[in-house]
Design a protein around this ligand. Structure first.
Ligand code: FES
Length: 569
């Protein structure tokens, strides 16, 4: 135990400062040898009863601790802000960057040598990765794991995806309110994250594809005993990583980010992965762009999970999980280091598919091309995205008149009006839901189909906004329009009756209005005054970057790995 570790600057000194750092920790009953220079491992926990998806992380932390002690390390668990996607208003995304700041400053300020990130619910994984990347210690992820498959009336139901379907069915008079309410408990019947391939499981899948977790982390159900064993093994591994000085930036680089993009396509992952991976890349110092996500457009859809397919994460796990996907992608993956210390190809070694309906082979995919498409044009000069695998094929090439909602309140107040002047061809446009505008870029891009059309059986329309969409949602939905309306993007200038042209084949999104008319409208346009004028929300509105840059705060890009030298006493 001779190597001078970062933690020794806290616990290795025999002066007054060393006394204070050690003595106060000893009030928890830690013996002297806990401070003998062994790796001190921070367990960064987003457990919270207000984040039900992460409610199993207390037990998993105990698993990590067992592994850390076994390997000769000293584990210390600490809490950070938790982001309950379904519980927070106005949107958990507003606070992703605040979590990232909390994680970054907690890791930096404390005397730890390596860190295990315990997260799961949508924004917790990216927020933790972003914060950890800006300190760049040896870092590894253990995810919450998905809930067991939802069950209702003898059938599997998926979180999120079936909520959207059920609520449309209630609006269409095809499902009773009583059944709708009864489905609630059956949908969420164990701890864990949404068991569809929503943002949480998408992020866990891309984390595994980046080599930032141990293999199988993404899909093991939250309540499967093997997840506890994985936590234990992760605890052992992080101690070795500290000894090997294998830092986060040794694992997350351009190659691993490209692998994340490829994997995101193959699993039919969430559009939210775009904004999160861009933000993580910014922290690590990689110039990842929206165009880089086109890498995934040649990748077939292999994982048959909702919302792009029909199965759920439990099925994905039992079919073999991410190791099988990585095995199918082996000819496409970039050579890239992992937290295991070897190449990502090792994650696929020995992988066997046990259900070829759930995980398809490259030569028998669910869809031939699954990746996200980037759209550009005068309606989105800096880009927008669409997820064709969750869209209606016939709408991917579409030109029609727009019906514009100026705000979320406008949309909610009017979408179900019987006299709303829309047809199934109309393109619905929603403004004011970008990072600055809402604020926080909520998941409202998959706005409901107008009630009068739902009654006629319409289930999809082209919808365009500067918002995001839940990873569990589906539809022909153009998202992340940049610049957003509140930042003065052309989206702000679109009016009801304008013709809009969407061509996914050409990657084009244009409002068919002359430059002169747009210039005239711009001259009369002013941004709405922000609703939030103080605190973190003001800081966010003032400094958040646009979606095509990952919606990080501009002053948080990059990292600071300098030692902390000053003492508080
Ligand atoms: Fe937490 Fe879906 S709401 S993972």
């Amino acid at each position: 135990m001779t190597k001078k570790r970062r933690s020794q600057a806290w616990y290795g000194k025999s002066d007054r400062d060393g006394f204070i750092h050690r003595s106060w920790m000893k009030n928890q009953g830690f013996p002297d040898h806990a401070f003998d220079g062994r790796p001190i491992i921070g367990i960064c926990n987003t457990w919270s009863e207000l984040t039900p998806c992460n409610s199993g992380l207390r037990e998993l932390a105990e698993g990590v601790k067992r592994g850390v002690w076994e390997a000769g390390g000293f584990p210390v668990e600490f809490p950070v802000m938790s982001l309950g996607e379904t519980q927070m208003k106005p949107t958990a995304m507003l606070f992703r960057n605040l979590l990232a700041m909390d994680v970054e400053e907690s890791i930096r300020a404390y005397g730890i040598d390596g860190v295990v990130l315990l997260g799961g619910c949508d924004k917790t994984t990216p927020g933790q990765l972003m914060g950890a990347a800006s300190v760049d210690l040896p870092t590894i992820v253990v995810s919450s794991g998905p809930m067991l498959n939802g069950k209702f009336k003898g059938k599997d139901i998926g979180s999120g995806t079936d909520v959207w379907k059920f609520s449309e069915a209630v609006r269409a008079g095809e499902m009773t309110l009583k059944d709708f309410m009864n489905a609630e408990a059956g949908m969420s019947r164990s701890k864990g994250v949404c068991m569809t391939m929503g943002t949480a499981s998408t992020m866990a899948s891309v984390v595994e594809a980046m080599g930032m977790s141990l293999p199988t982390n993404a899909a093991l159900p939250a309540v499967d005993a093997r997840r506890m064993a994985l936590a234990h093994l992760t605890g052992k591994r992080i101690v070795e990583m500290v000894e090997e000085d294998l830092k986060l930036s040794d694992v997350i680089n351009r190659a691993s980010l490209e692998n994340a993009i490829l994997a995101n396509a193959a699993v039919g992952g969430s559009t939210n992965a775009v904004v999160h991976l861009l933000a993580v890349a910014g922290r690590v110092g990689i110039d990842l762009t929206l165009e880089d996500f086109e890498l995934g457009s040649e990748i077939p859809l292999l994982v048959n999970c909702m919302p792009s397919g029909k199965y759920l994460m439990e099925d994905f796990c039992y079919a073999g999980g991410m190791p099988v996907v990585l095995s199918e992608l082996k000819d496409k993956l970039r050579p890239a280091n992992t937290v295991m210390g070897g190449d990502i190809s090792a994650y696929a070694e020995g992988a066997e598919c046990y259900n070829t309906n759930v995980i398809r082979a490259m030569d028998n995919p669910l869809k031939p091309a699954a990746g996200l498409r980037v759209l550009k044009g005068n309606l989105a000069p800096n880009g927008a995205i669409i997820k064709p695998s969750a869209a209606t094929d016939a709408l991917l090439e579409h030109e029609a008149e727009a019906y514009v909602f100026e705000s979320i309140e406008d949309m909610k107040a009017n979408i179900d009006r019987d006299d709303l002047p829309v047809t199934p061809d109309t393109i619905l446009v929603l403004k004011g839901c970008g990072p600055k505008g809402y604020p926080g870029m909520p998941e409202v891009g998959n706005m409901p189909i107008p009630a009068k059309l739902v009654k006629e059986g319409v289930r999809d329309m082209v919808r365009i906004s500067d918002a995001r969409m839940s990873g569990t949602a589906f539809g022909t939905v153009v998202l992340h329009v940049s610049p957003e309306a509140n930042a003065g993007g052309n989206l702000a200038l679109v009016a009801t009756g304008d013709r809009i042209r969407l061509s996914v084949k050409e990657g084009a999104l244009d409002v068919l209005v002359s430059d002169a008319v747009l210039a005239e409208r711009r001259a009369n346009w002013t941004a709405d005054a922000p609703h939030y004028t103080r605190g973190y929300a003001k800081l966010y509105i003032d400094t958040v970057m646009q979606a095509d840059k990952g919606a990080d705060l501009d002053f948080l890009v990059g990292k600071d790995t300098r030692p902390v030298t000053r003492e508080s006493h």
